[in-house]
Structure formats: structure tokens, C-alpha cells
Write a protein that binds this ligand. Sequence first.
Ligand code: PRP
Ligand code: MG
Length: 212
Amino acid sequence: MKKIRIAIQKSGRLNEDSLQILKDCGISIDNGKDQLKASSRNFPLEAFYLRNGDIPQYLRDGVVDIAIIGENVLIEKGQDLIVAEKLGFSKCKVSLAIPKSVKYNSIKDFEGKRIATSYPNTVENYLKEKGVKAELHIINGSVEIAPNIGLADAICDIVSSGSTLFKNNLKEVEVMLHSEAVLVVSPQISEEGKILLEKLRFRIQSVLRARQ
Ligand code: PRP
Ligand code: MG
């Protein structure tokens, strides 16, 4: 029997929350920690544990049929992809932050500044809209360290509890967007895949209703 292939974040907060919603849908997946692929015993579904940023391309290529990812990733790398369902968990912001000790007046303060980020497209569009020109430094993780080591004047990254900013002596000065987990569909999904997707969506919708 055909299985629907779903991409899930390999590690991190979204990983746990994604597996939890599937579990609440009655879909259990054997989750060997270092396994990159796992099947469900009680639903025709196969999970692929992937890096967040790689998931939009896997969807486009039809390597997976669906995915649970953060809207923030979709806005950065997957504006062309279709959201089937907002999932209401893994809520976060994508924000600009600067050292606590630096006074902040307005977005104009970013003019000519160096910003470290893993979200270059999002920052670029935001600054463009505001008529501000800055220099972007793309870093893939631990972005908040950049101002402390003299690599940048500011950072743009995900803010959830705010504890990473706090620990690195940074303060949030602009919220660029609010994000939550979403269910995204590959443009290449087969007719069989679509039938399984509808079954899954039906279960997800009941779980979301019960969670309210
Ligand atoms: C994420 C994100 C922020 C932090 C935000 O990093 O990049 O740094 O979480 O969460 P908080 O506001 O609750 O502190 P993560 O720990 O996933 O690691 P990474 O940046 O190295 O990918
Ligand atoms: Mg981080």
C-alpha cells in the first residue's frame, strides 16, 4: 500500500511538537533517534527527519508529499508552496535584536549596520520596505553570539521564550513576523497521496478543535 511521505524537523522544538500532533492523531511512529526515516505501524505514513531549511526544496522536488515546518522557513525559502493547515504550535517571532547597551530609536538605526542572520531574504525584504540599507552576514546557527564576538552590530533570528537573547545581552527591537507550525503540501503530490492527505487533515482538524 502506498504511504504518504512527511518531512519533519530532524531535531529541535518543532520535532517534538510535530511528533506529538501525529501521536494525538493516533499515528505512532517508531522514532529511533539517529534514524532519518521511520514508518508508522497504524497509518500509511513514512516520516523523514530533515533539516528545516532543506524541506522546501524536498517538497518542490516531490521527494516528500507533505511537511510540518515553521511559517518562518516558508517565508524565507518557500513562498511558492501551499499551506494546507495552520497547526497552532511552535509559535515564535522573527525579530531584529541589538546589544542591550545600545540605544535604539527606530529602524533607521540599522542603516549601514552589519546584521548576522539565518534569514537573509526575510531581513532584506523587511529593510527594503523600510528604505534601510544594511550589510547581511549569513550564519546557520548560534546567530546571537555574533555581536559579542564583533562579527555584527545586530542579529535577526527566531525569538521564542527570549532566553537566548537575554543570555547574550541582546534586546529585541523590531518584530518582523509572527510564525507558527504549518502543514505544507508538495506541488507534485500524487492522487493517492491526496487521498491520504485528506484522511490526515481530517484527524488533524479534530485534534486542533479538541486543543482549543
Ligand atoms: C533557536 C533560535 C534562537 C532560539 C530562540 O536556536 O535560532 O536562537 O532558538 O529561542 P528562545 O527565544 O526560546 O531562546 P536553537 O537553539 O534551535 O539553535 P540554532 O540557532 O543553533 O539552530
Ligand atoms: Mg539559535
